[in-house]
Design a binder for this molecule. Structure first.
Ligand SMILES: Cc1ncc(COP(=O)(O)O)c(C=O)c1O
Length: 252
């Protein structure tokens, strides 16, 4: 319907077709199937008089957050997408279009980690041990939104044997502010630095000021250098959109 409508619009020139089939996908078959769907749409667009040149397959390739995650490599994904697209075009006598993709998570997620400072702990005998950190659902909304799982360890003892299983919670005064459940950890004390791995995608970009918590800084490290790339938010910046109505100005 859209393609038919656009064919009658003098202001519109269809440059290409785009799809995005989801995110954190481990299977290759959905990407193979997409090639056929897009190629069919390409044929349909051509039959309606459009001259599209680009096919964009979006993103979606998953990454390993926990040991049981088993995503294909980027190389394999690229090969499958390119070969499926080429085969789908050949089967429909289409010239090869310009093939575009827009991977997000698979490029950047494992390049980022989040450092938290351990705060208080609460042990409820026979039930649970909670360890609180100085962040949570405002810097990483994925666990509360999608029940996402992560791997975590202590910064100065990453390989130390675990002595307990804890629930890692944030500081946002919400019962759902749980970063990790059943996290095996060695003994921790307030001030320890805890690392959550693979937080380079959809963390800073989805961070919020939930409960007026300022966003943390982002530091780029590598080749013996550390550089601030996003400074931490200041408390006064949390009020930057506040406006005091004229009639209340004399009151304060
Ligand atoms: C249109 C579009 N393209 C690409 C992406 C990136 O996806 P991913 O990070 O799963 O590779 C997204 C993410 O939602 C998207 O909506």
């Amino acid at each position: 319907q859209v393609l038919t409508h656009l064919a009658g619009c003098s202001w519109a020139q269809l440059k290409g077709l785009h799809a995005h089939i989801g995110s954190q996908i481990f299977e290759l078959d959905p990407h193979r199937d997409l090639a056929g769907v897009l190629a069919d749409a390409f044929v349909l667009a051509r039959s309606l008089g459009h001259q599209p040149m680009d096919l964009n397959v979006g993103g979606g390739l998953g990454i390993r957050y926990v040991a049981s995650d088993d995503p294909p490599s980027i190389d394999t994904w690229v090969q499958v997408v390119a070969e499926s697209m080429a085969a789908a075009c050949k089967a429909r006598n289409l010239e090869l279009p310009r093939l575009l993709c827009e991977p997000g998570r698979s490029l950047v997620a494992t390049a980022g980690i989040t450092l938290y400072e351990v705060g208080s702990r609460k042990h409820i005998p026979g039930l649970n041990t909670y360890v609180a950190v100085d962040g949570g659902m405002s810097d990483n909304p994925r666990p509360i939104t999608y029940q996402s799982d992560y791997t975590a360890c202590l910064a100065d003892r990453p390989g130390a044997p675990a002595t307990e299983s804890v629930t890692l919670v944030g500081k946002h005064c919400e019962s759902g502010d749980v970063l990790l459940k059943g996290l095996p950890l060695p003994a921790t004390k307030p001030g320890d630095v805890l690392v959550v791995l693979a937080t380079g995608a959809y963390n800073a970009s989805m961070a919020s000021n939930y409960n007026r918590i300022p966003r943390p800084a982002t530091v780029m490290v590598g080749s013996g250098r550390s550089e601030l790339v996003q400074r931490r938010e200041r408390p006064d910046e949390l009020l930057r959109y506040d406006v005091l109505p004229e009639r209340l100005r004399s009151v304060v």
